[in-house]
Design a protein around this ligand. Sequence first.
Ligand SMILES: [Zn+2]
Length: 378
Amino acid sequence: MFIRAVAALVLVVSPAVAASYRSAEVWDGDKVQKNVCVNIQGDKIQSVGACPPGAIDMSRYTAIPGMIDVHTHMTYVYENPVSQAGRGAAVVYLAASNAKKTLETGVTTVRDLGSQNYSDIAMRDLINKKLMTGPRMFVAGYGLQIQRGANVTPNTATGSAEVMRVVRLQVFAGADYIKMYGSTGSGQDVTQLETFTYEEMKAAVDAAHAPGKRIAIHSYGPDDATITEMARRKTWYVPAIDHNRYYADNYKLLGYPAKAVDGLNDYIARNLVTAKKAWKGGVRFAMGSDAVSTMFGENTREPGWFVKAGMTPEQALRTATVNGAELLGQEKSLGALRPDYFADVVAVEGDPLADIQVAIDKVRWVMKGGEVVVDKTK
Ligand SMILES: [Zn+2]
């Protein structure tokens, strides 16, 4: 009886499914290999190399690692017609389409930087348990903001002690990362005034680092001294140039006045100048779209701006893969096609190292953790 029970159990945990995909070219995050297979075992990559018999032919495509968007707001849904009491639950339901659209761009991992009611944490967990389809999410819970009106909300903090308390609340709620809004500037507002004081920001950094979390600071308008300091400290820079392009393109939909477009375009130009200086100055970049509302599906346009800022297509592609993984502290499992890494693979039509637009516009097939989640090859 006992032995039979064990045998039944073994059947349930049957060996992970293996599959091999033949590519004409594989860019593994570091170099190109020609006429090889990406061999998958379960949710991991077993090897990139010789093809076994029966490999699936994907030789029309170039394989690249699943991309990483390190700045999203997956739960900022465009429309939420539900009354106040049910809004949190409705947000998770409505944000499912943002998650799907993100996968279609070849993004298999996101860092989501700010949400309400911990709906980001709910999404992350639903996706991890395969109850929702979406990219794996590293989430921040509430982003810290200064108090502006009379209302104290769960994310507002004044003074170092309160800042530390709110940071710890996010950590205990299950946040992977801490987010702080260190300056004004968002939507049609392109002002760049510091909000939290140096002491408050330091308190947030210390409170995040104590339990081993990293912190992202929203900041409009760094100067040359900031760039030098970022290069020296190896601080990641996520310019999100393209999110103001999205706001400018969609000003009517978003209800901005026409004159806001001039301010946004002016800011885009200045943001690009800063990115050029930072790239020349040796600052490390990662790709972040700052996608909100209807921007999902346009998550990967940012590397196009990075090429304009002076990167080669390959360097721009690194910002969306290996660099994103390192920013998240996941450089040993994400962002590259190597043995024992998660089987996050994107098939693009063309050579993204010759033209970055291939990675942006020509995504045909996406695998996340060994499962095909997008297939436009037929
Ligand atoms: Zn943001």
